[in-house]
Design a protein around this ligand. Structure first.
Ligand SMILES: *Cc1c(COP(=O)(O)O)cnc(C)c1O
Length: 447
């Protein structure tokens, strides 16, 4: 065959287990050709996850994929590198002394483990006082990631969710207070919400809980979900207190594969101190001849992303991360100004501390909505710019959100802003895609 593989004219295997194999070249092309028409990560403004790493990091990753991170006995250096990263993060998050933590698959695993520790520590306190452990609850806002509700369902904890309102997309102490009682295992606060990129009022919530500790002798800890913000706030807003500088903050998670700038497959959980990790959750096992302490939900996993995270820490340092975060922030501001100046949009909270993104909505009085614009922009230019509705009780609010990452240069920002204006101009002329689509469906497909 001069070009390609036999799947140019045959369907790709997709059902029964293949009876026979194929050449390595055929297999590589089969997979590669299918993926070639998937979304282009460079035009993906939707994801928080890293889509670019420099060649030296890619080489490190490729050369270490065979290393199973969990085999601490065989790969003690990888294990030591995990500990180095945890110490560096504890320092970045202003831990007062010696800490502990874990490398995870992402923030979801880190949150499950962190929240389990909250539950176990609460049980310890209750049992020591001879009190019931029947009805644990966890307080958080509607601005959290779905993983928090998942935790509550999987691990039998009552979720006490503070609803959002139109114009108020984060929570503060006044929202938390009515929900806290003796069965509250903790409060989850978000640093950098997925919806608008803002932070809950963590200082305010801390003050409230310090007050409750003094007045009612209830020690209610905070877990900060810094999946995105954990690698942004220390560099853009170093004077904002949201981390272990606050007394009630006992654990923090961050996604290495978001603003930690590593490819998918790494997250972090860091405790304020060793005492904040419930000892019962640590498994001491004798595996392959050595006793090992593990605190994970997963077991085997590649060491590459951990090594890539350490690579980034030493390669960039505080200065390098700050430089990248500030560049993204400057480009996000430029995009925000252009969108604001176009007259089509309202920005959401652009003057508050925020992740490097632009959250915006259409001004009232248009014949089309945010979903139409998202669709139009994707059809015209291939940009993936998500539109979504806010969580309850702000579900009438539709939002567009553009992540402004390291790879989105000023030239691309300018092009994106022009493309958005053009898409608006087209929609102004023809009206909403959805409206037209609805009308077509009503008339019947054969019209
Ligand atoms: C992305 C995200 C998560 C989930 O993190 P993964 O690393 O994808 O598992 C949790 N919380 C927030 C606020 C997030 O942005």
């Amino acid at each position: 065959m001069l070009y390609g593989n036999r799947f140019l004219t045959e369907d790709a295997p997709d059902g029964p287990f293949p009876a026979t194999g194929m050449s390595a070249l055929d297999a590589m092309r089969l997979v590669g050709e299918e993926l070639a028409i998937e979304g282009d990560p460079n035009r993906n403004l939707a994801t928080f996850v890293t889509t670019w790493m420099e060649p030296e990091a890619q080489r490190l990753i490729a050369e270490n994929n065979y290393r199973n991170f969990i085999d601490h006995a065989e790969y003690p250096i990888s294990a030591e590198i995990e500990q180095r990263c945890i110490r560096m993060l504890a320092d970045l998050f202003n831990a007062p002394g010696e800490t502990t933590g874990a490398r995870t698959q992402g923030s979801s695993e880190a949150i499950m483990l962190g929240a389990l520790s909250l539950k176990w520590k609460w049980k310890e306190r209750r049992e020591a006082a001879g009190l019931s452990i029947e009805k644990p609850n966890l307080v958080f806002g509607g601005d959290v990631h779905v993983v928090w509700e998942k935790f509550c369902r999987y691990f039998d904890v009552e979720p006490r969710i503070v609803p959002l309102q139109e114009g108020k997309y984060t929570i503060g102490p006044e929202d938390v207070e009515p929900h806290v009682d003796e069965n509250t295992i903790g409060v989850a606060a978000v640093l950098g919400t997925t919806f608008t990129g803002h932070a809950d009022d963590i200082t305010g919530i801390n003050d409230l809980l310090v007050g409750i500790k003094q007045d009612r002798e209830l020690d209610v800890p905070i877990h900060v979900d810094g999946a995105s913000g954990g690698f942004v706030w220390p560099f853009l807003y170093p004077h904002s207190e949201w981390d272990f500088r606050l007394e009630q903050v006992r654990s923090i998670n961050a996604s290495g594969h978001k603003f930690g700038l590593v490819y998918p497959g790494i997250g972090w959980l860091v405790f304020r101190s060793k005492e904040d990790l419930a000892e019962d959750l640590v498994f001491y096992e004798n595996y392959l001849g050595k006793t090992d302490a593990t605190f994970t939900l997963n077991f085997s996993t590649g060491a590459s992303m951990l090594l890539a995270q350490y690579y980034n820490f030493v390669r960039l340092g505080h200065e390098g991360y700050a430089y990248i975060m500030k560049s993204m922030e400057a480009n996000a501001k430029t995009l925000a100004e252009k969108l604001d100046g176009s007259g089509h949009f309202e920005l959401i909270g652009a003057d508050e501390e925020q992740l490097p993104l632009v959250a915006f909505k259409l001004r009232p009085g248009k014949d089309y909505d945010e979903f139409d614009l998202s669709w139009q922009l994707s059809a015209e230019r291939g940009w993936m710019l998500p539109a979504y509705t806010m969580p309850p009780n702000a579900e009438d609010v539709k939002v567009l959100r553009a992540l402004v990452k390291q790879t989105l240069s000023r030239a691309q920002i300018n092009r994106l802003a022009e493309d958005i204006e053009e898409a608006c101009a087209h929609l102004d002329k023809k009206g909403g895609v959805h409206a037209a689509e609805r009308a077509r469906i009503k008339r019947g497909p054969n019209y």
